[in-house]
Write a protein that binds this ligand. Structure first.
Ligand code: OAD
Length: 250
């Protein structure tokens, strides 16, 4: 087993609190496209036309068509070994929080329980005016967008758009978990979008061991104590096996 993996496993086996920040890269092996990079969504589409409140106000039909397309894309998708490994890794800590920028629901589908969704969830809808969540999780017909039963506002996907605040409760807890973690993993994120990208930095500043898993280097790489230049679906199951060894559990 590679020395770096054994070292990280030993640190995890001796820790009681941990957290992980995940990004689109962890779902790439499930077939969900990432945002940046060669095949990334933001190379083909303009975020300001699809993922902002201004876009929704000026052309809600196009915005809904884009989200319905992404929902369809994700419909047949399943968690991959990386998601399952994070679920299993949680069992080696007293407390382990998954902080995700992903809206694809795959951590929950893999069976993880403590999941903070910083950028919302593509399967939920809410009112664009009063923010109340709506049960209508089925696709919305872009030609006849339903209105909020409470205030009459237009229904939109419950995701965070550019220029919007993150859900306060989720981001506050994410910082608290990061700052109290002894081990913090950054997995499959370009670490470019804030405030999420500040979480690993906050954890490291408070003394956490910082571990990064990403085939490409990011602004975080030079700060990481351990950097695995590889895919999450390969490294994470190996890490869980190494932690199992280090913890002496069968
Ligand atoms: P990005 O698309 O910016 O970055 C994905 C990262 O995953 C890249 O650094 C890849 O190198 C890495 N990667 C690709 N395949 C991988 C694999 N198999 N295993 C591990 N890593 C892999 O996605 P995010 O960092 O999640 O926000 O993007 C952050 C936010 O920007 C998103 O939540 C979205 C986007 O605009 C909003 O929509 C608000």
């Amino acid at each position: 087993m590679p020395a770096m993996l054994t070292d990280v496993a030993r640190i995890i086996a001796g820790a009681s609190r941990g957290a992980v920040l995940t990004g689109a890269g962890i779902s790439a092996e499930s077939g969900v496209p990432t945002f940046r990079g060669k095949e990334g969504l933001w190379g083909k589409f303009r975020p300001e036309e699809l993922a902002t409140m201004d876009a929704f106000l000026s052309n809600p039909k196009i915005v809904w068509e884009w989200y319905n397309w992404r929902r369809e894309l994700m419909a047949g998708v399943e968690p991959n070994p990386g998601h399952y490994a994070l679920r299993d890794l949680a069992g080696y800590f007293d407390r382990f929080t998954i902080i995700t920028q992903n809206v694809d629901n795959l951590h929950r589908l893999a069976g993880s329980e403590d999941v903070l969704e910083l950028h919302g969830n593509i399967y939920r809808n809410k009112c664009a005016d009063c923010n109340r969540q709506h049960d209508m999780d089925a696709d919305v017909d872009p030609e006849t967008i339903p209105s909020c039963a409470f205030c009459g506002g237009k229904i939109r996907p419950d995701v965070v758009w550019f220029g919007e605040m993150l859900p306060a409760e989720a981001i506050d807890r994410a910082f608290a978990e990061a700052e109290q973690s002894e081990v913090f993993l950054s997995v499959g994120t370009s670490a470019l979008v804030h405030p999420a990208a500040s979480l690993p930095v906050a954890a490291k500043r408070r003394g956490a061991t910082l571990v990064e898993i990403n085939p490409d280097e990011t602004p975080l790489t030079s700060l990481a104590d351990y950097y695995f230049p590889a895919c999450a679906g390969g490294v994470l199951p190996d890490l869980v096996a190494a932690v199992r060894n280090a913890a002496g559990t069968p």
